[in-house]
Design a binder for this molecule. Structure first.
Ligand SMILES: [Zn+2]
Ligand SMILES: [Zn+2]
Length: 167
């Protein structure tokens, strides 16, 4: 039985029609691949403008526009888009409150903050160590004993009831 022939609406090639395929096999593969890349550009990079998407994906602009208008998946993805909470201009990335740009700069700021906190902590630690050393060499015996006692009370009590088991 010969295949039913159809003209591909996308490239105009005559192809053997297959159930559920509105295009020739080559166009079909290409569209699926484009769709994937466009979804990525919208979801992961927060892009919204067809021009931006075309530039980042390398897909021809007309194909991007055509797919954005025709693909249910892409339409759904765009509807889910929210504005970035930081700049309120670009769209937030998927699973994130920020757009690609703000996330990059926030990551940098966060990294700087972590480094700063690390610096402060190590400086505080150095001061504490210095103080502890001074306490250990207190000139007064009374103070030294008191310091020792304080330290002992800080120790966790032994949970084993010694009196019962020790001779
Ligand atoms: Zn085709
Ligand atoms: Zn932003």
């Amino acid at each position: 039985m010969p295949d039913k022939l159809a003209k591909c609406p996308r490239c105009g090639k005559i192809y053997a029609e297959q159930p559920g395929k509105a295009m020739c096999a080559r166009c079909n593969t290409e569209v699926l691949e484009y769709e994937d890349r466009i979804l990525d550009a919208i979801g992961k990079r927060g892009l919204r403008q067809p021009e931006d998407i075309a530039e980042i994906t390398g897909i021809p602009l007309e194909a991007v526009i055509e797919l954005v208008e025709s693909s249910a998946l892409i339409g759904h993805e765009i509807e889910q888009e929210r504005l970035c909470v930081a700049c309120k201009e670009r769209f937030a990335q998927k699973y994130c409150e920020y757009c690609f740009h703000c996330r990059l700069s926030l990551n940098k700021a966060f990294g700087d903050a972590v480094k700063l906190i690390g610096d402060i902590q190590s400086r505080e630690l150095a001061v504490k160590k210095e103080q502890a050393r001074e306490l250990d060499f207190l000139p007064s015996v009374d103070n030294a004993l008191k310091h020792k006692r304080d330290r002992r009370t800080l120790r966790r009590p032994d949970p084993t009831p010694k009196s019962k088991y020790s001779p």
